[in-house]
Design a protein around this ligand. Structure first.
Ligand SMILES: [Zn+2]
Length: 250
């Protein structure tokens, strides 16, 4: 049951048909894990925490650098050299004291994924390196956890929803087989502009809230944003029968 304070606090959300009081209760009961508390993890965690997601795990072993500040909007100059996950948790608890934020101030590895993924309802990939992306994808498949992948470089962004519990949902490796790795481009080599991360992270948070509130989210789609022309493109991604990550699991 939502308390009178919660009904007031989330009233603009519960009046939406796709959320309602039951959806808000679902958000309160939900547990999510965000891998990467950088450019994407910042807006994603802010919006999910503000929306009343009950428990948020933040995974990041990195510390705050001055070159992060133009886009990682949770952090200020006073936070330099401190742990990203720690500081993010502090700010999020000030934003919403009714949610639980758990800090895992280390980089994701197999052991961490095997322990924490089974505890949550949804994983959000907010990383910027390919090796971790493959690991998150494989562990979400193994533990049957839905996954929202976000990525951004330069003026380009993309997101994709993978649901291992849905029939024929394509996974990240169906799109980028490990043998033909996705290009190793990241913010350090290609640059990035803050609002691109706000857009992609905003859409990741939007999809997460709709899904956790109880709505259906389309799988098998790669949504690509071009920040120079301000346009979205939707590509259909088919599940690959020979995919080494997901084909053997069904
Ligand atoms: Zn696959």
């Amino acid at each position: 049951m939502l308390s009178p304070e919660e009904l007031l606090r989330y009233s603009r959300q519960t009046m939406l048909k796709s959320i309602g009081e039951q959806g808000q209760q679902n958000l309160k009961n939900a547990k999510v894990l965000i891998v990467g508390v950088g450019g994407l993890g910042n807006p994603v965690s802010l919006y999910l925490n503000a929306a009343g997601i009950g428990t948020i795990y933040l995974v990041d072993g990195d510390s705050i650098d001055i070159s992060n500040l133009p886009r990682q909007i949770l952090f200020t100059e006073s936070h330099l050299s401190q742990g990203k996950a720690d500081i993010a948790a502090e700010v999020l608890q000030q934003q919403n004291s009714t949610t639980t934020v758990e800090v895992l101030d280390e980089m994701l590895d197999e052991e961490l994924a095997d322990y924490y993924f089974p505890l949550v309802d949804l994983v959000l990939d907010c990383t910027d390196n390919i090796a971790t992306r493959y690991l998150i994808n494989q562990k979400c498949l193994a533990h049957k956890k839905p996954l929202i992948i976000g990525a951004a470089t330069g003026f380009d962004g993309q997101y994709m929803f993978v649901d291992p519990n849905a029939n024929d949902s394509a996974c990240y490796q169906c799109l980028f087989p490990q043998s033909k790795k996705a290009p190793e481009n990241n913010c350090q080599t290609l640059g990035i502009l803050g609002p691109i991360l706000a857009i992609v992270g905003g859409v990741q948070a939007l999809q997460a809230i709709k899904f956790l509130a109880g709505n259906n989210i389309d799988t098998n789609q790669l949504n690509i944003f071009d920040g120079l022309s301000n346009s979205w493109q939707k590509l259909t991604v088919k599940k690959q029968q020979q995919c080494t990550a997901c084909s053997s699991l069904q």
